[in-house]
Design a binder for this molecule. Structure first.
Ligand SMILES: [Cu+2]
Length: 177
């Protein structure tokens, strides 16, 4: 009993010392405060809003080399209708966009490399056609293209714009549920 009283007295003293130290530290804004840069809340824009499951999709590309959505959700085994719009003003030779859904396991870098050489086919490389589930045509500012396709198997599929240099910026996931 005596011992525990002594311990709590010690504890009290310790806490007191700590808090008075803290007080002193506050008065001198020295080196210690440098490390305490407040961490900003991590914002994950792409996953902040979960898209609804719908097989009626719209997707846009713009003059800033961006898709407006990086995730799309659809149901497996049912016809998907995708309306793809280019909301920019630039010519398709300079800022052309398409939407290419690829089979699982496709090496995106390798595909994009091959696509660069397929200008005569809207940058869809014929040698890689086995990897392509569906694609729109290549469109420029103000244009749109609508396609229909079906994906029987559930899973996560990559989609990209295969215009040269766009794939690093323009890619997303088509989630099939
Ligand atoms: Cu593009």
């Amino acid at each position: 009993m005596k011992r525990s009283i002594r311990t709590s007295a010690l504890l009290f003293a310790f806490v007191f010392i700590l808090s008075s130290c803290g007080g002193n530290a506050d008065k001198s804004p020295a080196a210690g405060s440098v490390q305490e840069t407040t961490a900003e809340p991590v914002q994950e824009e792409s996953s902040a809003v979960q898209p609804e499951i719908s097989n009626s999709l719209t997707l846009e590309g713009n003059d800033q080399m961006q898709y407006d959505k990086t995730e799309l959700r659809v149901k497996a085994g049912q016809t998907i209708t995708l309306v793809f719009k280019h909301t920019g003003k630039m010519e398709k030779t300079a800022m052309g966009h398409n939407f290419v859904v690829l089979k699982q396991g496709t090496d995106l870098n390798a595909f994009a490399q091959k696509a660069m050489t397929a200008k005569d086919n809207d940058y869809i490389p014929k040698s890689e056609s086995a990897s392509v589930i569906a694609h729109t045509k290549l469109i420029g500012g103000g244009e749109s293209d609508t396609i229909e396709f079906t994906i029987p198997e559930k899973g996560s599929y990559d989609y990209i714009c295969s215009f040269p240099g766009h794939f690093s910026m323009m890619k997303g996931k088509l989630i099939v549920e």
